[in-house]
Design a protein around this ligand. Sequence first.
Ligand code: TNX
Length: 539
Amino acid sequence: MLVTLLAAGGCSRQPSGSPGAESTAAAIIPKPVAVESRSGTFEFNRDTKIVAQPAAASEARLLAGALRVATGFPFDVVEADKGAENAVFLGLDPALTRLGTEGYILEVTPRQVTIQAPTAAGAFYGAQSLRQLLPAAAFSSTPQEGAAWSVACVRIEDYPRFQWRGALLDVARHFMPKETVLKFIDALAIQKMNRLQLHLTDDQGWRIEIKKYPKLTEIGSKRKETRVGLENEKRGFDGKPHGGFYSQADIREMVKYAEERHVTLVPEIEMPGHAQAAIAAYPELGNTGEKLEVSTMWGVHKNVFNANESTIKFLQDVLTEVLDLFPSQFIHVGGDEVPLDQWKASKQAQARMKELGLKEEVQLHGYIIRRMDDFLRSKGRRLVGWDEILEGGVDQTAVVMSWRGSKGGITAAKAGHDVIMAPNTHTYFDYYQAKGPDEPLAIGGFVPLEMVYGFDPIPSEFSPAEAGRILGAQGQLWTEYIATQDYLEYMAFPRLTALAEVAWTPAERKDYQDFTARLREHEKRLDNLGVKYRPSAGR
Ligand code: TNX
């Protein structure tokens, strides 16, 4: 009788509060805001269609593409305004304002699956949750015979806690090929992460083609060799050239690929420090006139940009091309670790300070950042910088990324800045994640999974107004010691998986035991995607 009823339509509601009502739901990561399990299942088969309103057609095509290979079902995509039987419907409903700009409602009944969202981003996230309701085999890129393509009936209402759910990938210390970045974007997107900051320039390499200054990549993208082992061990060099950069066409391709997956690529152009590769290409940008080479070592370097008007012009020219490539509202200009030695010793820098009425060298740092901030604001963008930008003084509209613990972020939020929390204490994924002797060489530090999971981007002492200035959190993959895609993925996952939940799930719904149980299922998804995460059982 029950079977007939179900077939005739609708899932029966489980009595609310019935034990385990939620535990029957699949292992969705990040954990949704509200999950209501119901009885019955939706069975996918070769006739199942994806029906979408035109505004969600791109998300529908991505979903169809993601499911087609593993299931072997054709998943025709049909544009229509209403759902149908044996279909997954994706619809946009602007009236669903209570879900914010990225939320969704996912409803699975025996007859159809419905994803409703106020925006295309929300529809995309609804589709990601649906993929996670299916067996992990759905993430495979080869046909999976014999898997049961069914999903238990459920109603999910979901939206993120934070708007900035980010990762940083340092492609300057070790260049990462475009394909590695695209695969990384896929892995972020299934976890509903939405920002990828590309650290494009540093002392050891300049990685983005700038048409006006070709030597930046001709000279600045190559170094003759690389330090072996930890910097302070002074174990010599590998004797092998390293290099690589993205053409502007590569960048456009990555931006578009990310955009389709609702990930914004945030470019970072470092200034005034971490500038040696640029100064090696154009010595007039530096303070000593010395002909430098692209650095082969790690650590903080003394070669910083000068503050001459011609250098300001150079930096703004570079940003002009960057703005043309990256639609991101947020543009990162670095600003970290700027030794003042060369400005102290340089007659030119001292004269510039006098001309500008500045008394201390750190104010020159502030001056350069403020010039970039004025420039970016005039183009309708917002400057983001590491927490050092507070020291030289910057407009309140600049966004501060807190890396030296949460301290800089706390000061910044109290001063009225928007803040992204990226503290080395909890979100530096170039630090060790385990203490075993077989962990591959890392820069140092210790940030295990549980510590990442326990991080709250909002400091406990914050007022609601201050809390509102925390845009979100970001995990950092600095690549001094991360030279390959496999090692990158090993360091990134599952710590980025924990961070995804930190940035999405309401604090009161977080539970580490429950997360690790769901993580076992998520590991199978990552296996199917070919992501070489660190298994919870160790290496
Ligand atoms: C500090 S974080 C840096 C990076 C290094 C990182 C290594 C930051 C703004 N500066 O240049 O790669 O430490 O953990």
